[in-house]
Design a binder for this molecule. Sequence first.
Ligand SMILES: [Zn+2]
Length: 266
Amino acid sequence: MVKIIKDLIPKSNRNRPGNYMKPLYITVHNTANTDQGANALRHVNYVKNPNTATSWHYTVDDKVIYQHLPLNENGWHAGDGRGTGNMKSIGIEICENADGNFEKAVENAQWLIRQLMTEQGIPLANVVPHKRWSGKNCPRKLLNRWDSFKAGIATAHTSKKPTAKPTKAEPSKTTASKPAKKSYNLPNGILKVTKPLTKGAGVKAVQQALAAVYYYPDKGAKNNGIDGYYGPKTANAVKRFQLMHGLVADGIYGPKTKTKLEKLLK
Ligand SMILES: [Zn+2]
């Protein structure tokens, strides 16, 4: 959890055009401002200034996130005029102030992006660098590690990772980020929410496989909600998994979801 403070640009500002937007993309930026104190709050003051021409939706630093625009309004951040970047994407600026922890700010942004993807139904493929829209070298500190930045979106701030169990023979050889090798016996065919609910070992295998890659059916429930029933919460875990892995996010378990899960668990 990172605190998100809503502090919107006044409607009278020219950098709040108020065009209706249905966000299809998330565009990532770096502020390119390494000054001491150039944190998220500093950017609130900047973006709310009536003379500022540009605008975006969120600024993220190592401690807090500020929201500057509603998600159904466009901003001017992508450098593509009335193109898709400006008109259909959520703009996120990641601070790089000298007195901040950049890696922590990156992690906070990854967490925010994951929330937005789930909430807005935006697939991981549509999380893009500013460069995509205008060619600008932005986010300048992330372009050379873009793939790993995107991979981190799935795991940022998920503290409940399955603990690796090193074998006695090689105690130091732990693979922290990879789930332990295990065969899940994933079922063939289709699983979806039915009345009455579909239940059984196949459903349980799917739930266990999802949990192994951090998509828990119900994190607050007993055994993370792994109960062998294909209910709405399991469908939601499938949906989140599909979104993050470029599949049609319908919450229905089928051959493509199976293949993707198996590949990740190998
Ligand atoms: Zn940018």
